[in-house]
Design a protein around this ligand. Structure first.
Ligand SMILES: NC(=O)C1=CN([C@@H]2O[C@H](COP(=O)(O)OP(=O)(O)OC[C@H]3O[C@@H](n4cnc5c(N)ncnc54)[C@H](OP(=O)(O)O)[C@@H]3O)[C@@H](O)[C@H]2O)[C@H](O)CC1
Ligand code: K
Length: 499
């Protein structure tokens, strides 16, 4: 499903109006959708609408009018004088026949529901003064809150808090989600998110051509790899995972198991001499192969059947790992660079990015967490506090020439071609030691099966999140590969694949 920035949403609005849908009709639909959600939340109790001075407030007036017509006890507080309302908002306020209370915090009372219609897409600066006091009072009130379009104070495009923001129980947005409904901290402030149809046709998307999508199976169903009845294990690729030395071999084994469970036909751990014993003693279906430094690695990779490679988990930071990465880049298998493979280039990012661009290989994925991202992409990290995670990852993909996957509760995957996805399905307990190692292996396993890199990254992230839910609280990284069959089974059912 497409995600629209507030600018793109305005464009959708304009295109719909140009195609014959009156702007006020859109507002009427929006207000009705808010009223429907409010009825579900408030039961028969009194409802307070806190309205702002723009069209978000206009939606609030329409909802108030509709709810009163349905027999609810409704009151409205307005941030500004009624006379200062303009356009559709003024029209909506005319339809409201009840009293409008002045912006007095004591007027909030003890409603069964507060409808937050203070600011939506038009928020353009930090919230101060009366609106700030109103938002703080709404948060302190204790009543459930239904936000119109966005929790007031949240920037729709970045998900950032503009000084202070409403904490909603539920948010009703219109036509499509905005980045703030998925990116943190916005997502936390939204509560449940409902997307309402307000009469804008999907045809407008042909003109807007959005490049951001929610990372859900519908988005990548066409790229999802299904083993063929007439296939064999060699048709499902051979992923190789580079192991660290004797002191750190577990990460590569976790990664390898992730690759195998994600469906790679064959998986090998490439092991330095000193770690051969440790690796062979603890692997069964995954094979182990001796690898002596970058020269040995180059020789192994001359076998083109080894079509996907993961470097980074437990690899160690320094010149040796840099050499392995440059060797893999030259050999051109599909490649996941994670953890130490990224940190090894923290002081020489340009060297990595130039090598990536020189290969012409488009199947390269960098999978940093926030710390690794900051080290590798220091020029596009948190210097601009209002630059969103989405924008930072897009910029990093453009700069590096690789797919960049920035992990977190709102994992963003971006491609140098501009496409990006945001995932919202990861449970908090997924943030545990070794979890990222399994993810890199799962993506390697998908690459081995010939899935294009951007899709492999998106599928891997989504399945990893689902595996987190499947294993549940208390999960450790070892659980993740073991619950993948259950995740895959549900996907097969969802896609209608026979098995
Ligand atoms: N897009 C659609 O399809 C539809 C959208 N609807 C609803 O409309 C809002 C967007 O309405 P808009 O009037 O553009 O903006 P807001 O209501 O969010 O904000 C109103 C004005 O508030 C001022 N502002 C901005 N930031 C602050 C601040 N921090 N403190 C005080 N005031 C602020 C700003 O005006 P200025 O002149 O003061 O700059 C805003 O313009 C959308 O979210 C939907 O709810 C339609 O009803 C349905 C179709
Ligand atoms: K709002």
């Amino acid at each position: 499903m497409e995600i629209l920035t507030t600018g793109e949403m305005e464009q959708a609005d304009r295109l719909a109006i140009a195609a014959g849908a009156p702007g006020f009709a859109l507002m009427l639909h929006a207000g009705q959708a808010v009223a429907d959600a409010a009825t579900d939340l408030a039961g028969q109790g009194p409802i307070l609408v806190a309205a702002g001075c723009g069209n978000n407030g206009g939606d609030g007036f329409v909802a108030a009018t509709e709810l009163a017509a349905r027999g609810h006890d409704v009151s409205v507080i307005l941030l500004c004088g009624r006379d200062s309302l303009k356009g559709d908002a003024a029209l909506a306020a005319k339809g409201w026949k009840g009293r409008v209370l002045p912006c007095d915090l004591s007027a909030l009372g003890s409603p069964a529901l507060i409808i937050d219609a203070l600011f939506g897409a038009g928020l353009n600066r930090p919230v101060t003064g009366d609106p700030q006091a109103m938002i703080e009072a709404i948060n302190a009130n204790g009543a459930p809150v239904l936000s119109v379009d966005l929790p007031s104070g949240i920037n729709g495009t970045t998900g950032a808090i503009m000084g202070v923001a409403v904490r909603a129980t539920e948010t009703v947005t219109f036509f499509r989600k905005k980045p703030a409904h998925l990116l943190l901290p916005g997502r936390i402030h939204c509560g449940r998110v409902r997307v309402a149809d307000i009469g804008i046709s999907d045809v407008v998307l042909d003109k807007i051509r959005p490049a951001t999508f929610e990372n859900i199976p519908d988005y990548w169903q066409g790229a999802f790899p299904v083993p063929r009845i007439d296939g064999h294990k060699y048709a499902r690729g051979h992923a190789v995972i580079v192991s660290g030395d004797l002191t750190s071999t577990g990460a590569a084994r976790l990664s390898a198991r992730g690759a195998l469970r994600a469906g790679a036909g064959l998986v090998s751990v490439l092991s330095p001499d000193d770690a051969l014993g440790a690796n062979t003693a603890s692997l069964t279906a995954v094979m182990v192969r001796r690898m002596n430094g970058a020269a040995g690695f180059a020789e192994i990779l001359t076998d083109r059947r080894l079509n996907a490679c993961v470097i980074g988990p437990g690899a160690g930071v320094g010149e040796e790992t840099r050499a392995l990465v440059l060797t893999a880049l030259a050999a051109k298998p599909a490649l996941v660079l994670d953890a130490d493979a990224l940190t090894s280039f923290a002081d020489l990012p340009a060297r990595l990015f130039e090598a990536i661009k020189e290969t012409g290989n488009t199947d390269i994925i960098l999978t940093p967490h926030e710390g690794e991202f900051r080290r590798l992409f220091s020029e596009m990290s948190n210097k601009h506090p209002l630059r969103s995670k989405l924008e930072r990852v897009r910029a990093a993909a453009g700069r590096s020439g690789a797919i960049v996957l920035l992990k977190g509760p709102d994992t963003v995957v971006a491609s140098p071609d501009g496409r990006a996805t945001i995932a919202a399905n990861a449970p908090p307990w997924l943030a545990t030691a070794g979890s990222g190692d399994v993810l890199s292996g799962m993506i390697g396993g998908l690459l081995a099966q010939g899935v294009p890199a951007f899709d492999a990254a998106c599928i891997g992230v989504w399945m990893h999140g689902e595996a987190g839910h499947e294993a549940g609280p208390g999960l450790i990284a070892e659980d993740l590969p073991e619950v993948l069959p259950a995740v895959l089974r549900r996907l097969y059912d969802r896609f209608g694949i026979d098995y």
